[in-house]
Design a binder for this molecule. Sequence first.
Ligand SMILES: [Zn+2]
Length: 70
Amino acid sequence: MLIIAGLLAAFVLLLIFGKRRGRLCRWRRQGAGAAPGESLYRCMYCGAEAFTSDGNPPLICPREDPPQKG
Ligand SMILES: [Zn+2]
């Protein structure tokens, strides 16, 4: 029972941190720099760049610690 509760707590924490990180990032599609069939997205928040092959912006930011604003 304790193990299940621990796993549940870890899962919830993972969801919270995953959402928070994703919410901080604003992905913008870049016209140049992407190969055919790929899309280049740039994070307006921390400046990270990422390629995706499905045309959708990345779910998470490759940067672990985005700089604080202000
Ligand atoms: Zn970012």
